[in-house]
Design a protein around this ligand. Structure first.
Ligand SMILES: Cc1cc2nc3c(=O)[nH]c(=O)nc-3n(C[C@H](O)[C@H](O)[C@H](O)COP(=O)(O)OP(=O)(O)OC[C@H]3O[C@@H](n4cnc5c(N)ncnc54)[C@H](O)[C@@H]3O)c2cc1C
Length: 381
């Protein structure tokens, strides 16, 4: 019998393999990964500097150890280039592999900004262990870091780098940090807290060119300002990896479109994790992956199971201003109600009937996370 093949050994690929093994000890299983297959916690990439963790220290198991633990074969440094749906095989430079069912756990890749200048290629992003290793090497020769993007990942890196003693600037076209996640009042508290750590904010503009200069790298912004820096980190967003799926004729929108069974438009091919759009939702976070992995493992082991998503707030790893965000679903109508406490803020997003649709908590108020989460409607019931 041909194996179930999982493409990707990130959190989604390994979480699914572990859930399968809890239910079925002998189902033939093969994982194929473009990277080295080491296990690591991706969320730690944006808070590991202040703890002085190297890339090797962030890795907790090798692919060989995982293959033994999962009773699976794992092919590493093997990028799959095409899927033959009729023949049920995948192709890579390492050969052709037949599958019984195929799981796409391909993740998301950083959005690349098209910048001008003779050092535009210097732009870095950190989305996996090897990126982090390169980033650490470059930091060894850097004192100043410019971050493009003041979203979740940009703010976390800003806090981590500032705590580790770097001179940090952040550029973002919006008006405040975490604009998509939290109301203005919470964003302003974060802006002030990171400002106290030395972070210099440049809102309402974007980077246009990067050039080498006598002082390192010179970034020119759309508003005409220049920033001299040693390293530029792009944190402007991630885009689900859909190319392999769309070239194979699978339906893709923002992500690879799958239903509540995690099945794509080909019912022998499934997707989960950052590459997937589950019932219209693209949720590039840890918790949705865990729910999806449990449901899909049951389906693959013979009991068709839909995925259910409860409300899943995100913890923002900015110790200078602890924050938890559960933004209201897109297109919801209502308004933010802010309660300022001595050492924190409770922001509740309520509809006209007073129902809680989202929240943001900062400072000591983060202790209310569980209580408020229990009041939110499920994302997929
Ligand atoms: C810096 C950072 C901080 C984060 N912090 C948080 C947090 O605090 N909380 C939270 O909930 N979430 C956080 N996230 C998001 C979370 O880490 C991700 O949602 C999750 O790790 C994604 O896992 P994944 O397996 O879907 O993708 P990935 O980990 O990207 O894995 C994709 C896998 O697919 C493989 N692959 C890709 N293309 C191919 C191909 N063609 N052939 C073979 N293999 C291929 C890759 O090699 C890799 O093994 C953070 C993300 C980042 C980048």
């Amino acid at each position: 019998m041909n194996p179930v093949i999982i493409l990707g050994t990130g959190l989604a690929g390994y979480a699914l393999a572990k859930e399968i093994r809890k239910l079925h000890a002998s189902l033939p299983l093969q994982l194929i990964s473009a990277d080295d297959g080491r296990v690591y916690s991706k969320p730690m990439l944006s808070n590991a500097l202040a703890r002085d963790k190297s890339a090797d220290e962030l890795a907790s198991a090798s692919a060989t150890q995982m293959a033994a633990q999962l009773n699976a074969s794992i092919d590493v440094h093997t990028r799959v280039s095409s899927i033959d749906r009729a023949g049920k095989t995948v192709d890579s430079e390492g050969g052709r592999f037949p599958y019984s069912r195929l799981i796409l756990a391909l993740g998301a890749e950083p959005v690349r900004l098209a910048l001008e200048g003779n050092a535009a290629g210097e732009l870095m992003s950190v989305n996996n262990l090897s990126d982090y290793a390169r980033f650490r090497e470059r930091l060894a020769y850097s004192r100043r870091v410019l971050i493009l993007g003041a979203g979740l990942i940009g703010c976390e890196f800003a806090n981590d780098l500032a705590s580790a003693g770097f001179n940090v600037s952040v550029v973002d076209p919006g008006k405040m940090p975490l604009q998509a996640l939290v109301p203005r009042y919470c964003a302003e508290r974060l802006e002030a807290a990171l400002g106290e750590q030395g972070v210099a904010w440049h809102f309402g503009t974007t980077a246009q060119t990067i050039d080498k200069s006598a002082h390192g790298l010179r970034v020119t912004l759309a508003n005409g300002e220049h920033i001299d820096t040693d390293l530029i980190l792009s944190a402007v967003g991630l885009r689900p990896c859909t190319q392999l799926a769309s070239e194979a004729g699978l339906q893709c929108n923002r992500g690879i479109q799958v239903d509540r069974y995690l099945a794509s438009s080909d019912n022998g091919i499934f997707a989960l994790g950052d590459c997937a759009e589950v019932s219209g939702l693209v949720l590039p976070f840890v918790m949705p992956i865990m729910y999806a992995a449990r449901a899909l493992a049951k389906t693959l082991a013979g009991k068709r199971t839909v995925v259910e998503y409860p409300a899943m707030p995100v913890i923002v790893k900015t110790p200078s201003m602890p924050l938890v965000a559960a933004p209201p679903p897109r297109d919801s109508t209502g308004e933010w109600r802010i309660t300022k406490l001595d050492s924190g803020t409770v922001a509740r997003f309520e509809d006209c009937a007073g129902r809680l649709l989202g929240f943001a908590l900062s400072g000591n108020a983060v202790s209310q996370k569980q209580a408020l989460t229990a009041m939110l409607p499920a994302l997929l019931a």
